[in-house]
Design a protein around this ligand. Structure first.
Ligand SMILES: [Zn+2]
Length: 254
């Protein structure tokens, strides 16, 4: 689905999954929302800017062992790769905004080999180092982040396919990372033209009116609020389009 167009930039959203989250889980501190149910998308943004194509985030994937999330466990026949519309061998650049299990799933195929064997997989060094360290130092590494570092990222690192960058790196001409700490310490957004792929700075449109709402999945609520407020202020001041990872309404022009 085309979600953004501007001169030589197009951005498409390809859904990998969708799920409902109760308010008590998504915004545990907001008692007035505890009885609400929120709809969230999970998927990938395909950014085409000039001659560059960047695949941003990789959903849930197939064939992954996710015993604590039955709907993510050993998924099969999702059709995601055919919906992506690009041969997986032609993908040259993947960006992970952060390394949560719902953003890295298609990094590997069910047999553990890279889905995109010819791609540089870019992620901030802060997120990569933190995730690796947190996983490998745990008593049960497979329980950290649903095991997604072990089955999605470590196999790519072993093949030299992961590139750690600064949180404010320009990863291709006109494709600029913006630090977005709070959800994770090393989360980044991507600005291309007038669009910002804003990752998990916002989980749901309710946070536009109430930026102080912190999701239950954020590691540092104070930073998450600060990042969200500054993003919304900038989007309003500059007329930017925000493309969050999980909005059911995937195109939101501030
Ligand atoms: Zn997410």
């Amino acid at each position: 689905m085309r979600v953004f167009t501007e001169s030589n930039v197009t951005i498409d959203f390809v859904r990998d999954d969708a799920f409902s989250a109760p308010g008590s889980l998504l915004f545990p501190d907001a008692q007035d929302l505890a009885g609400e149910v929120f709809e969230l998308n999970v998927g990938t943004h395909v950014v085409r800017a000039g001659g560059t194509t960047i695949i941003v985030d990789l959903g849930i994937g197939e064939g992954k062992t996710r015993p604590h999330r039955p709907s993510w466990h050993m998924r099969a026949s999702t059709g995601f790769l055919s919906r992506l519309g690009i041969s997986r061998h032609d993908v040259s650049m993947v960006l992970f905004t952060h390394l949560h299990a719902d953003h890295v799933g298609w990094a590997t195929l069910p047999d553990g080999t890279p889905t995109f064997p010819n791609a540089r997989h870019i992620v901030s060094a802060v997120d990569l180092d933190g995730t690796r360290q947190r996983t490998l130092s745990a008593k049960d590494p497979a329980s950290v982040g649903h095991g997604s570092y072990l089955d999605c990222i470590a196999p790519l690192e072993a093949l030299g396919l992961v590139e750690a960058v600064a949180m404010d790196a320009e990863i291709a001409p006109g494709c600029q990372l913006i630090p977005a700490p709070g959800h994770t310490r090393g989360q980044t957004m991507l600005q291309v033209g007038r669009a910002i792929l804003s990752a998990d700075v916002l989980h749901h449109p309710v946070q536009i009116a109430r930026p102080e709402l912190v999701s239950g999945f954020c590691i540092d609520g104070t930073s998450a609020i600060r990042t969200r407020q500054s993003l919304l202020a900038r989007a309003r001041a500059e007329g930017l389009a925000l493309l969050p990872s999980h909005f059911d309404l995937v195109d939101f022009a501030a």
